[in-house]
Design a protein around this ligand. Structure first.
Ligand SMILES: NC(=O)c1ccc[n+]([C@@H]2O[C@H](COP(=O)([O-])OP(=O)(O)OC[C@H]3O[C@@H](n4cnc5c(N)ncnc54)[C@H](OP(=O)(O)O)[C@@H]3O)[C@@H](O)[C@H]2O)c1
Length: 261
């Protein structure tokens, strides 16, 4: 299927690794131009050389730092067609050990990154009467695991913000949708497995097996999703072919959320 993404200009936040990186790879395959992002010049340059495509560029910026976000926005071209608000941090920690900084970090990176970028790009997309804004939320927005409270709250806020933002596109060809991945095997989730193994004095394999047996037992596929499964979905809802879908939450959760819509 031709996704009609050739020559579209794409920005993906937090895309030197994981779901964002795989999404960049697929956009490039479709002939789009992609700007990737990460916190260090080193990680951005390494990702660019791995992608090995003349249509990829990178901008270093840390979304936990307000001034970095402002300078990133100044460096981005105004005519971005597709904004993928992908950046997200998730650290497992007992509620009793969480600090106010842990909470503000999650809100700043997971929610405010997308709020700020959308505030900048949505009016421009509306003026050009075409655009796609995608938010990457998480199954945790409704499953709300006890050791990921601040992450779940930040992701539920992302879903709410995305749904409200879509209402501002009424009557235009701009769409805003939320993609909701389930547990996906990325560097981030590998780290999560390692941290949990350390905290609970178990091996990583043990944590992984127990995860789908005891914690994510609602998963129908009973395995981690691949980054490609999630990125394929992001690509489709970024494409002109998805023009009938706006203000939606699309689950790529392997069935874990269990809801009928
Ligand atoms: N993996 C899962 O199981 C899962 C499940 C549901 C939803 N999600 C969501 O999917 C999205 C992608 O997750 P992932 O697992 O693919 O992530 P990941 O593998 O942990 O990759 C994180 C990416 O974000 C960048 N990053 C991290 N903090 C940043 C910051 N403060 N500013 C700028 N860039 C930053 C990293 O770049 P550098 O290292 O180069 O700085 C890296 O490119 C997130 O929103 C996550 O919440 C993931």
């Amino acid at each position: 299927m031709d996704l009609n993404l050739k020559n579209k200009k794409v920005f993906i936040s937090g895309s030197t690794k994981g779901i964002g990186f795989e999404t960049a790879k697929l956009f490039l395959k479709e002939g789009a131009s992609v700007i990737i992002n990460g916190r260090t010049d080193k990680s951005v340059n390494e990702a660019i050389s791995e992608l090995n495509n003349p249509n990829v560029k990178g901008i270093t910026a840390d979304f936990s730092d307000e001034s970095n976000i402002n300078s990133l926005i100044k460096k981005l071209p105004n005519d971005i067609d597709i904004l993928v608000n992908n950046v997200g941090i998730f650290r497992g920690k007992d509620f009793k050990d969480e600090t106010p900084d842990d909470w503000s970090d999650h809100i700043q990176v997971n929610l405010m990154s997308g709020v700020k970028l959308s505030k900048h790009f949505l009016p421009k997309m509306i003026n050009r009467n075409w655009g796609r804004i995608l938010f990457i939320s998480s199954e945790c927005s409704t499953l709300v695991p006890g050791d990921l409270l601040r992450y779940s709250v930040s992701k539920a806020s992302v879903s709410v913000f995305s749904s409200g933002l879509a209402k501002l596109t009424k009557g235009s060809n701009v769409t805003v949708n939320t993609i909701i991945p389930g547990s996906t095997l990325t560097e981030g989730s590998k780290k999560f497995l390692e941290e949990t193994a350390k905290r609970e004095n178990k091996t990583k394999d043990q944590v992984e097996r127990e995860f789908f047996k005891d914690i994510r037992d609602s998963s129908l596929i009973s395995r981690f999703l691949s980054v490609k499964e999630v990125a394929n979905t992001i690509l489709y809802f970024s494409s002109p072919l998805s023009s009938g879908t706006n203000g939606a939450s699309i689950r790529v959760d392997g069935g874990s959320m269990g809801s009928i819509i």
